[in-house]
Design a protein around this ligand. Structure first.
Ligand code: COA
Length: 140
């Protein structure tokens, strides 16, 4: 694994991150620029990216709501997968959420995303069988 620095996301990175995500299967799409800006403002120490030159290699968004931590949009560019980058980014965001006193962290994986499930299960994350996720769209 070569050296890539992990840096904090800034608002200026948003368009580039959105382009990176739209090319990455496995992520939920529909992140609007404005809500992403809010998310980064509210979670300034837990939104991370790694770049090679000017190109994004990996992203992860961590959020803490005062009770639980949440992880969104962990992604590694296909050319850099299976080199430990996903593990490294995940460890870094977990450390930062722990610093904020998040005692439990949740994340969502689409049922058809087998590679992400294999990845998280390898990292000792526990798949919950006792919970259903309910969602409500407030902008009908
Ligand atoms: C999931 C993802 C972030 C993993 O990143 P990565 O940098 O490839 O992961 P790592 O190299 O740290 O992998 C660690 C271990 O996880 C497991 N793993 C990772 N990808 C896997 C895959 N596609 N199939 C099976 N196991 C996998 C392996 O055990 C791997 O160890 P190994 O390479 O020594 O066998 C990456 O595949 C990705 O960006 N996927 C698309 C976006 C996505 O689905 N994100 C998750 C949203 S919930």
């Amino acid at each position: 694994m070569g050296e890539l620095n992990i840096e904090l996301v800034s608002e200026a990175d948003i368009p580039m991150m959105m382009a990176f995500w739209s090319d990455t299967p496995g992520l939920g799409v529909g992140n609007e620029e404005e809500s992403l800006r809010d998310f980064i403002r509210r979670n300034p120490t837990t939104c991370l990216l790694a770049k090679s030159g000017d190109s994004i290699v990996s992203t992860v968004l961590g959020g803490f709501d005062g009770r639980r931590g949440y992880i969104y949009h962990l992604a590694v560019h296909p050319n850099y997968q299976r080199q430990g980058w996903g593990t490294k980014m995940l460890q870094e965001v977990i450390l930062r959420l722990e610093e904020l006193k998040a005692e439990k962290i949740h994340l969502f994986v689409f049922k058809d995303n087998q590679s992400a499930q294999a990845f998280y299960e390898r990292q000792a994350w526990v798949k919950r069988h006792d919970i259903h996720v309910y969602s409500l769209n407030t902008r009908q």
